[in-house]
Design a binder for this molecule. Structure first.
Ligand code: GLC
Ligand code: CA
Length: 539
């Protein structure tokens, strides 16, 4: 297995420094606190950490509004702390992916402040995208349409409108300006020089604007990515680019280029299909989307996730399905945001431990690199009373002490205080001590997964189960073949798989009621309890 393709075997853990652990009692998580929790992450069995933005920022979009790319937000520590963190993570063979947010900056960024005061047409003004009229690029979708009614905002200082695909305090950089391209390359090199192993390219679909287009996925954007990748390849080994683009699989695939753009891309459409499949106990949407997601260039891989720090959008399912499933998963208005569902994984699955475990069994066996959102491994819930997406981003729940083990002080970001799913009822200390806890189940899944390269690198072949509620597939790589069977329904399942001549050797599965064995000439018989799952090695 080549070290150059480490991302194919990786299991990524997504976290926010600010909400993970506070070392100095000021109520805000920091790098020193995170260092103290690396042993926990290593024991869990993840191999790579993805950190949400920790740069200097007015924090109007939780750090995705950067005011200095090469400085740390002082709440989280110093550059020396970041360097110590990288060293400590690497010492434990944990890789680190950080955010490269280049579509936009904060309006507090010195580039924007200089731009608005600079003469129209100057290189400084043209760091951003300006117009005399808000009518331009009208085909571009407004992403936060519940917060903004235009992608243009009037700036009285410049006497012109500036372009922004997200909040109005996040002006978009102008990639037609060669100075912008160089500035962004410098930021990329700065963090790669620090030793980060990969960069998540935030909002990467929206870099360029062209009349008469949606301003998404433009050829110019792909050319820029190839240019960045070439620079990266020329200077650094073993680093990866991870594309964040909420697009259909066909558009997403373009972000791999011919193996010369991104190494990984988040599979957004799969999340909506998983939720559809879970709601209806029907594997069909998962199978259909994965059949549209094959043939990636060598060394490229999907990044799979169940939930992340943003609302989940079901719009890729079409308007009718979107509305139907919104009613299932977000029946109340306060569960909805930016057109999507503002909930964590556990409440989406009704806090049913069998369903949450089954979802993880899929996340960890479908083709791609799994990404676990912090807290989902203990079944953490959300808070519906916090602004924007903050309810998905409450502090990690370590134990039932007053600060939840997150802080010895007063948490600046409120903890989840629900009696059952908040810090008192749901926390790491309790999960560690409970043999059947989700945490212990996920930990053992990750242990089992490590023994088989097929999970990360294998081909995908669906197996007919004769039951729409049961999804089965084989992942095969070299001499390793793993059979996965998952029951999406609340009924027990008994079926025969057409795999004549094979024997199945148990790797991992739900706690009880699972049985996979050869049946005379037909293949394998499988029995699964409600929401049961099984991984076995095929011989
Ligand atoms: C990405 C981030 C999201 C942020 C947006 C604007 O979608 O995931 O949290 O608000 O970009 O930067
Ligand atoms: Ca702190």
């Amino acid at each position: 297995m080549s070290d150059d393709t480490w991302h194919q075997d990786a299991v990524i853990y997504q976290l926010h420094v600010k909400t993970f652990c506070d070392s100095n009692g000021d109520g805000i998580g920091d790098f020193r606190g995170l260092i103290g929790k690396l042993d926990y992450l290593q024991r869990l069995g993840v191999t790579c950490l993805w950190l949400l933005p920790f740069y200097e920022s007015p924090l109007c979009d939780d750090g995705y509004d950067i005011s200095h790319y090469e400085r740390i937000h002082p709440d989280y520590g110093t550059m020396a702390d970041v360097e110590a963190f990288l060293q400590e993570a690497h010492r434990r063979e944990l890789r680190v992916i950080t955010e490269l947010v280049i579509n936009h900056t904060s309006d507090q960024h010195p580039w924007f402040q200089a731009a608005r005061h600079a003469p129209a047409g100057s290189a400084k003004r043209d760091f951003y995208v300006w117009s005399d009229t808000p009518a331009r690029y009208a085909e571009a979708r407004i992403i936060f349409s519940d917060a903004e009614d235009s992608n243009w905002t009037w700036d009285p200082v410049a006497g012109a409108y500036y372009w922004h695909r997200f909040f109005r305090h996040q002006p978009d950089l102008n990639f037609d300006n060669p100075h912008v391209r160089q500035a962004v390359l410098k930021v990329m090199r700065f963090w790669l020089d620090k030793g980060v192993d990969g960069l998540r390219l935030d909002a990467i679909a929206h870099l360029y604007e062209r009349d008469g287009t949606s301003c998404d996925n433009l050829p110019e954007t792909h050319a820029l990515l190839k240019w960045m990748r070439t620079d990266m390849n020329g200077r650094y080994d073993k680093r990866v680019l991870l594309a964040e683009a909420n697009q259909p699989p066909e558009e997403l695939r373009a972000y791999f280029g011919d193996g010369d753009e991104c190494h990984m891309a988040f599979h957004f459409p799969l999340v909506a299909r998983l939720l559809a499949a879970f709601a209806d106990a029907d594997r069909t949407p998962i199978v259909e989307i994965l059949e549209r997601s094959t043939n990636l260039p060598g060394g490229c891989q999907w990044a799979l996730f169940l939930r992340n720090h943003d609302d989940v959008s079901l719009s890729s399912l079409g308007a009718r399905e979107n509305d139907r499933l919104m009613a299932v998963y977000a029946p109340e208005e306060r569960m909805r945001l930016h057109g999507g569902i503002n909930r964590r994984l556990a409440p989406l699955l009704a806090h049913d431990p069998r369903r949450i475990e089954m979802a993880h069994a899929l996340l960890l066996s479908l083709p791609g690199t799994p990404v676990i959102y912090y807290g989902d491994e203990i079944g953490m819930s959300d808070r519906l009373d916090l602004a924007d997406r903050d309810g998905l981003r409450t502090p990690m729940q370590w134990n039932d002490s007053p600060g939840g083990g997150f802080t010895s002080g007063r948490p600046i970001i409120p903890l989840n205080d629900d009696p059952e799913w908040g810090v008192n009822g749901t926390n790491v200390a309790r999960a560690v001590a409970t043999p059947s806890s989700l945490l212990n189940r996920v930990t053992s899944m990750l242990t089992a997964r490590r023994g088989h390269t097929a999970f990360g690198r294998g081909s995908l072949t669906f197996v007919e189960t004769g039951d729409r509620a049961v999804l089965s597939f084989v992942r095969a790589h070299d001499n390793d073949a793993v059979l996965v069977v998952v029951n999406l329904s609340d009924r027990t399942a008994a079926l025969e798989l057409p795999l004549p001549g094979y024997a199945a050797c148990h790797i991992a599965g739900c706690a009880s009621g699972v049985d996979v064995r050869p049946a005379a000439e037909h293949g394998l018989t499988v029995a699964l309890p409600a929401y049961g799952w099984s991984w076995s090695r095929l011989r």
